[in-house]
Design a protein around this ligand. Structure first.
Ligand SMILES: [Zn+2]
Length: 258
């Protein structure tokens, strides 16, 4: 078996932008792109190919959207397939069970394969090269992994370990944060949803990027630098406990915030 990556020290960071589609909040996406340019970040851009989710229809469809993504991919961004229509109609159990409903987990394999194939085709027709799976609502199961492999997608962004690893025949690059947070060690993906990121959060991200720009990496660099193997037992336990802490925090919030 291949060696497991050792936990990097100091920490490394990846930046991921979710819910991108032509109707993303134009102003907030512009502010996010300005940060990418200013600090020369090579982010993961998680794109919804055939969006039907009303929550993601924030601005009128922008004709420049696809051209901007093509330009960002040319300068080092990695294009992610963020599901198909971004609906949540299934209740299947996910590998990363953060949400009760999802678009993919629990859906029959042939449907998942069709949606993934069609989603990839839409993005490729726009001149993009999708290379990494980003499950909407963290919902994906064994059938998703089989469909992705059949469609030659071998990377996904999810999970709570501190290093990339191989599971189910795919390479998992963990995603554990939803905002900037200083860490002493490990590889951390910070997921930003431009539609719901206000001025204070943009400014916090800007300050974090200013202080830590040299620690930000890209999917390509991660693939080149980290040895890939199954997680050690210790890291599996760590990931399991991290997931447990997030679930507990959400339950607590549900009972305290009204
Ligand atoms: Zn999403």
């Amino acid at each position: 078996m291949a060696a497991t990556a050792s936990i990097p020290r100091p920490a490394r960071y990846l930046l991921r932008f979710d819910d991108l589609c032509p109707t993303v909040s134009r102003e907030r996406w512009r502010q996010c792109r300005a940060l990418v340019d200013e600090f020369r970040i090579r982010p993961i851009l998680a794109v919804v190919p055939g969006n039907l989710d009303c929550d993601l229809k924030v601005s009128p469809a922008d004709a420049r959207f696809w051209q901007e993504l093509r330009a960002m991919e040319k300068t080092g961004a990695t294009i992610g397939l963020h599901g198909y229509r971004h609906l949540r109609q299934s209740r299947g159990r996910s590998f990363v069970p953060l949400q009760a409903f999802s678009e993919f987990a629990g859906v029959p394999g042939h449907w998942q394969r069709t949606w993934i194939a069609e989603g990839l085709e839409i993005l490729r027709k726009e001149g993009l090269n999708p290379r990494i799976w980003v499950a909407p609502h963290h919902g994906f199961d064994g059938n998703t992994l089989r469909a992705l492999k059949a469609e030659s997608i071998h990377l996904l962004s999810d999970g709570f370990a501190r290093v990339p690893f191989v599971r189910g025949g795919l390479i998992w690059i963990p995603q554990q944060l939803w905002g900037p947070l200083e860490k002493s060690e490990g590889l951390w993906t910070i997921c930003i949803h431009p539609n719901i990121t206000g001025p204070a959060q943009i400014e916090a991200l800007r300050l974090f990027l200013r202080d830590h720009a040299s620690q930000f990496t890209s999917v390509d660099s991660v693939m080149a630098e980290f040895p890939l193997g199954a997680l050690t037992l210790a890291e599996r336990v760590h990931a399991h406990m991290a997931l447990g802490r997030i679930l507990m925090a959400r339950i607590k919030k549900r009972f305290t915030v009204r």
